[in-house]
Design a protein around this ligand. Structure first.
Ligand SMILES: C[S@@+](CC[C@H](N)C(=O)[O-])C[C@H]1O[C@@H](n2cnc3c(N)ncnc32)[C@H](O)[C@@H]1O
Length: 216
């Protein structure tokens, strides 16, 4: 494959952005775009607990609601105010409370060492934003706190089971680890082929990056 950094730079110069209104349109209506069940990787890794959890970019709240039901005091931030309304409905259905802030990763302030867990699925942002703001977000983990996430790998481009069709947004495991792993113990970091069954948007074989890190 051509040098990824050159491809990313070319794409970034086109400034393609699927902003808050795009996500609001996806989440409007009765259904849940990615289902009401939690992401399978998060559900496999997260055990019942009692600490504080941050669920970045949780859209309609399926992961946050499930994490709250595991006993965590749970907070979401996401661009979408429609997502916030859907999350409130799902939380009510499940008898849990989720604090949901409509906010942008780029602009959000993070309090150091606030959370015991940060967990997210399919939170793809342009690569320069990932490099600057994912590490900033992870400063809000306490020592011993865990970061669990799943994102689409660069080879997902050819697949039909979801994910952004832009290499600037997709993940290369080595690059992701270079940005995130400093100050973390790696519990799991792998590129995997999994079979997704989340919704019509995320169904079938997919190439994903699965991470589980613990802050030292
Ligand atoms: C593919 S959806 C995934 C939603 C959720 N994590 C799930 O798996 O059901 C991506 C989400 O990222 C959010 N998002 C994208 N860019 C963001 C940013 N810069 N700051 C906060 N949220 C963002 C969108 O609003 C959307 O809800």
């Amino acid at each position: 494959m051509q040098d990824l950094s050159i491809i990313r730079k070319a794409i970034a110069m086109n400034k393609v952005k699927f902003g808050a209104e795009g996500w609001n349109n996806r989440f409007r209506g009765d259904g849940w775009a990615y289902g009401k069940e939690p992401n399978a990787w998060l559900a496999e890794r997260i055990k019942p607990g009692s600490g504080r959890a941050l669920v970045p970019a949780d859209g309609e709240g399926r992961n946050a609601v499930w994490i709250a039901a595991q006993g965590y005091e749970t907070k979401v931030f996401d661009l979408s105010d429609v997502g916030k309304e859907k999350c409130a409905i799902l939380a009510l259905e499940n008898g849990v409370t989720v604090e949901y802030e409509v906010d942008d990763l780029v602009e959000r302030d993070f309090t150091e060492e606030e959370f015991d867990l940060i967990a997210c699925s399919w939170f793809h942002v342009p690569w320069t934003i990932f490099c600057e703001h994912y590490p900033r977000m992870l400063t809000s983990l306490k020592p011993g706190g865990e970061f669990i996430c799943e994102g689409y790998h660069t080879t997902q481009m050819e697949m039909t089971s979801g994910g952004p069709k832009s290499l600037d947004l997709l993940w290369d495991l080595d690059e992701v680890m270079e940005v995130l792993s400093n100050g973390f113990e790696t519990i799991h970091a792998a590129v995997e082929t999994v079979v997704l069954d989340e919704s019509d948007l995320h169904r079938g074989p997919a190439h994903v990056v699965r991470l589980h890190l613990r802050k030292i």
